[in-house]
Design a protein around this ligand. Structure first.
Ligand code: SAH
Ligand code: SF4
Length: 392
């Protein structure tokens, strides 16, 4: 790199990436540049609703303000490594997070909605037995900009925003924080990203259309209920502590009774009156009618519905997916007592976009062995509830 390029590079570093800001943070940033709050809202609409990345094109902003933006701000999304489309319309992007890390984002079109599955961390420290992301270990938290950019880029690539009659009509109608990582262990970056998803000057999604999925980080479930009570999915995967300790190691820190109490506290604030319990169906491990009967007891304690996820096998797991018959018998036990139970359809299998497969290509890039050495030890997690590295 020559001196001029280096200078340019330094100037770039000093610029603020506006994708990092919720609308209220953008109001503060604009205030610091002598601009009124309504300018921040106009700016937010250009960025998030019209998908415009060039400040010069934001024609209803005063020229002086546009010049300030060109000088002091950037809109920077991670580079796209790959973009695959499945036969069933599912689309998967692999984004470069630097230092050999990559994350994935998946768009799942359905008849009347389009759901974007968003990642929150590169890797994950929780290390659930059946999850290939967990097997990679934890690398780093994503910034707010890196979380929001997944939505920003997807909306821009899924049709031309300038052609839409109503800028609120975007391809992505629902967001689920079910990609790589444990969102509640990246809380400070997560909340502004969620706020942007809900804000009318940005993505304007209703709270019911934004879902955070957690393996059960109890203290942050409580904080989320106060700060941004979107729909909550809890990865249960086992009906008793003995089995859950084994499948979701975080259970040793926050056992089922505490988790279920936290669910009930959440529901007091939540706009939606049930918790979705996700349950990955593992052959001979958690899929017998007796396990289903134990879940009935849980369903009496928390207003909930169950979403059964057929396990997506990967070689290192040593686990197998449940048979169709076992899943059907499991559903029968729950449904016989009126517990709403759905079985998740597997989408995008031909491009490895199904749950728990979001690491296929990443694994090679991120050198699994190295990552495994960085796996946050369970002891660390038990002590603090936080991964030991936080690179935001
Ligand atoms: N970390 C969060 C969200 C990301 S995982 C969580 O655990 O809730 C999203 C869902 O996919 C979780 O319910 C997770 O347990 C499930 N999952 C992970 N690996 C899977 C696999 N191999 N097959 C099926 N579901 C899997
Ligand atoms: Fe992490 Fe969720 Fe995978 Fe568990 S299932 S290792 S919490 S991403």
């Amino acid at each position: 790199m020559n001196a001029i390029e280096q200078d340019k590079d330094l100037a770039q570093v000093a610029k603020s990436n506006l994708l990092n800001y919720s609308v209220s943070q953008l109001v503060d940033w604009c205030g610091s540049q002598g601009q009124k709050a309504f300018r921040a809202k106009q700016l937010s609409k250009w960025i998030h609703q019209h998908g415009v990345s060039d400040f010069a094109q934001m024609t209803d902003l005063a020229k002086d303000f546009r010049n300030t933006l060109l000088e002091k701000a950037v809109l920077e999304a991670p580079a796209t490594i790959s973009d695959h489309q499945s036969k069933d319309g599912t689309r998967k992007w692999l984004f470069d997070m630097g230092n050999g890390d990559a994350i994935e984002t998946v768009f799942i079109p359905e008849e009347r909605r389009g759901t974007l599955c968003v990642s929150s961390q590169a890797g994950c420290a929780v290390n659930c037995r059946f999850c290939s992301t967990g097997k990679q270990g934890f690398s780093r938290n994503l910034s707010t900009a890196e979380i929001v950019a997944q939505l920003w880029v997807a909306n821009n690539l899924l049709g031309d925003p300038s052609q839409r009659q109503n800028p609120q009509e975007r391809a992505v109608t629902n967001v689920v924080m079910m990609g790589m990582g444990e969102p509640l262990l990246n809380y400070d970056a997560l909340v502004p990203a969620l706020q942007l998803m809900l804000d009318d000057s940005a993505y304007g999604l209703s709270r019911r259309r934004v879902t955070v999925s957690t393996s059960g980080v109890v203290p942050f479930m409580d904080r989320l209920s106060q700060d941004c009570p979107v729909a909550l999915a809890v990865s249960l995967h086992a009906p008793n502590d003995e089995l859950r300790d084994h499948l979701v190691p975080l259970n040793k820190k926050y056992p089922l009774s505490e988790l279920l109490d936290a669910c009930n506290r959440y529901l007091r604030h939540a706009p939606r009156d049930f918790i979705t319990f996700e349950y990955c169906m593992l052959d001979g491990v958690n899929d017998t009618p007796e396990h289903a009967r134990q879940l009935l007891e849980i369903s009496k304690r928390v207003h909930c519905k169950f979403n059964l996820i057929p396990f997506n096998p990967f070689p290192e797991s040593g686990l197998k997916k449940s048979s169709k018959n076992a899943i059907a018998a499991f559903v029968d036990v729950l449904a016989s007592q009126g517990v709403v139970t759905t079985v998740r359809k597997t989408r995008g299998e031909d491009i490895d976009a199904a749950c728990g497969q979001l690491a296929g290509e990443v694994k090679d890039r991120t050198k699994v062995q190295q990552r495994m050495e960085q796996v946050i030890s369970l002891e660390q997690l038990k002590k603090t509830g936080q991964p030991s590295r936080n690179n935001t």
